[in-house]
Ligand binder design. Structure first.
Ligand code: ATP
Ligand code: MG
Length: 248
């Protein structure tokens, strides 16, 4: 297993937010995490990325390639983030720095791990791999020159330039138009076909239908159902899952 989460519990202050979360994911798989707002989806990703606030307390185990992540030092996490585990967020505009050219921001992700040699070629290739045809123009553009869909492609380029095994995506298409959503989702399918493991958070079963291999359904910090994508649609068991499905 690439990533194995066992009995993960999380408290924000006194608030027990995740309860006994168990799941795992292998290379070449897309796992969707579904649930209503506040169910704890993003908290699971923050726990994996080591980005929880200081006052958060966790117990249980998160193993990546057999190595325990809970309690890992900042220094070790810095070597992991971007290089082996990366993240794509809901709002590309919030993630990209308006003051720097796209090229600089894509390169930064690479330089941190591999140094400057050949970085421009790498950045242009990453942009192309993220489905950007006029990569040279985008490389020289500032974020405000680009559409939302194009910015999200840039964020995917940033998340993939170091060829990480695991990509976490937190509602990566929610802020985009439906037609653009489809294109971004097909990029995630392509990454899966290239052997990446992807944990994709969504509240949208339409997204699940497009990309998921397996689904976990989260309610109030508890996994209430886990199924492969066919069974979740054909044979939902938990009333909460059925409710989310009818909302589709
Ligand atoms: N940094 C934080 N400090 C304190 N409480 C938090 C923090 N982040 C999230 N929470 C709380 O934990 C619970 C789960 O939040 P989380 O953001 O993980 O849910 P979510 O499923 O991602 O929701 P959404 O769909 O709205 O993004 C919520 O009650 C939220 O208010
Ligand atoms: Mg969230």
């Amino acid at each position: 297993m690439l990533l194995e989460v066992k009995n993960l519990n999380l408290w924000y202050g006194g608030k027990h937010t995740l309860r006994d979360i168990n799941f795992s994911i292998n290379l070449g798989e897309v796992l969707c995490v579904v649930g209503e707002s506040g169910s704890g989806k993003s908290s699971i990703l923050s726990a994996i990325m080591g980005l929880l606030p200081r006052y958060a307390k966790v117990s249980g185990s998160i193993k990546f390639k057999g190595k325990e992540l809970i309690g890992l030092s900042d220094n070790h996490y810095r070597k992991l983030r971007g290089r082996h585990i990366s993240m794509v967020f809901q709002e590309p505009s919030a993630y990209l720095d308006p003051l720097f050219k796209i090229g600089t921001q894509v390169e930064e992700a690479y330089v941190a791990h591999f140094g400057k040699t050949g970085v421009k070629e790498k950045a242009l290739q990453a942009l192309k791999d993220a489905g950007i045809r006029d990569a040279e123009r985008v490389y020289n553009a500032y974020p405000h020159h680009l559409s939302g869909g194009m910015k999200q492609r840039v964020c995917i380029a940033i998340a993939t330039i170091c060829d990480p095994e695991l990509i976490l995506a937190d509602e990566p298409t929610t802020a985009l138009d439906v037609s653009v959503q489809k294109k971004i989702l097909s990029l995630f399918r392509h990454l899966k076909d290239k052997g990446k493991a992807i944990v994709l958070v969504t509240h949208d079963f339409g997204v699940v239908a497009e990309v998921a291999d397996r689904v976990i359904v989260l309610k109030d910090g508890v996994i209430v159902e886990e199924k492969d994508v066919f069974n979740i649609f054909d044979n939902p068991e938990h009333p909460y899952t059925k409710r989310l499905l009818t909302a589709l």
